[in-house]
Design a protein. Structure first.
Length: 367
């Protein structure tokens, strides 16, 4: 396992002990944060590259070390059934337990593994909450990399955010352990989980992980009461077989429910898959059709605005509830978050309509 990159260590005033760890007789420490459950030997780091065994204590070396900040429409996460038309203040640190060959944020996610430098700033939890409020955000999103790698930081921030009336959102690869999900449950409002494929071989070959723990985590989040939306990046020749997509969609219906939103996203070349062409539009359209045929009510096409498949319709009468044009949101929901035609409530969180407005402003980097 890798040593922690010196730059990352230098920005943290004091390493923070991992809250899910078990010391072994030989001085190694078993990490319980993600499903890798790394056995970390002295002076080494886990697969994520940011939890290090220092004298028998497993510590997080990225507490407060923010590598990316943004203020974006919540729809960009994507979360379509949570506080539509509002802003999310997004943060992320270096590191990741996956090494996806198609990672879009590889400069920060893979920095510890690659041994590259990444600029960070120290932001204590209270500063994150203050910044979110200053920017008019309704939520804090823990994103850009797998947020469980900074679990302690996320938890401390989320508790303050909850007290300040802000929502807490995870954009996650779904590799958290049941113990980590249990710790998050009291403060986590919603999560978008990347279900990258329905093939264990794909997870092993392209991500350095396994499928089963992701499926287990999805069910654990649902049992914990966290609102879930699922995203699948459809990559040509990798995970776009119709039979695999049918199996994935059927699993979502059976295990998470027919009203679970599924975002089918178009792939564009990135990181170590620059030789793979973008997903054909017809493939994205067919994936949406497959989801609907399986019984999913809310299936959306991502990175394919030309398809016009981002609107939300009523599960009862098919009336248009939320119209989306890019990140501009036009809600036809009632003040209680229901369909004005048939009265059926839309599944989601914080859907009650606020003051009339044409939609949220486009996301812009801040700081």
């Amino acid at each position: 396992m890798p040593l922690v990159h010196s730059l990352i260590r230098s920005v943290v005033p004091a390493a923070v002990p991992t809250r899910l760890a078990e010391l072994q007789p030989d001085g190694s420490v078993r990490c319980g944060v993600c499903a890798h459950r790394c056995l970390v030997r002295p002076d080494r780091a886990g697969i994520c590259g940011v939890r290090e065994n220092r004298d028998g204590v497993l510590v997080s070396t990225v507490y407060g070390a923010v590598a990316a900040i943004g203020v974006d429409p919540i729809e960009k996460k994507p979360l379509f059934h949570v506080a539509p038309g509002t802003l999310a203040y997004s943060i992320g640190t270096p590191g990741c337990p996956f090494h996806c060959m198609f990672c879009q944020n590889w400069e920060i996610a893979q920095a510890p593994r690659l041994g590259t430098t990444v600029s960070t700033r120290h932001m204590p939890p209270e500063r994150v909450v203050d910044a979110a409020r200053e920017h008019g955000a309704a939520a804090i999103a823990y994103t850009y990399v797998e947020p469980t790698i900074f679990l302690e930081y996320a938890l401390d921030t989320a508790r303050l955010a909850r007290a300040a009336g802000l929502l807490n959102l995870f954009v996650t690869d779904g590799y958290a352990t049941p113990e980590a999900i249990g710790m998050l449950a009291p403060v986590l409002d919603a999560a978008n989980v990347d279900l990258k494929s329905f093939s264990d071989a794909f997870y092993r070959r392209r991500c350095g992980a396994r499928l089963a723990p992701v499926l287990d985590a999805l069910q654990a989040y649902r049992r914990a009461g966290t609102w879930l939306e699922v995203t699948t990046l459809v990559i040509p020749g990798e995970n776009d077989d119709p039979s695999e997509l049918r199996a994935l969609a059927a699993w979502l219906v059976e295990n998470l429910g027919a009203e679970t939103p599924w975002h089918v996203s178009r792939f564009f070349p990135a990181f170590r898959m620059l030789d793979v062409p973008p997903t054909p539009i017809a493939t994205v359209r067919r994936a949406v059709e497959i989801g609907r045929e399986a019984g999913l009510v809310h299936v959306y096409a991502g990175n394919a605005p030309e398809l016009g498949l981002e609107d939300t319709r009523c599960a009862g009468c098919d009336a248009l509830l939320i119209e989306r044009r890019g990140y501009r949101v036009f809600s036809r929901l009632t003040d209680t978050g229901s369909c004005s035609t048939c009265g059926r409530a839309l599944a989601g969180r914080n859907l009650a309509r606020g003051p009339e407005r044409p939609g949220a402003p486009r996301g812009a980097p801040c700081g």
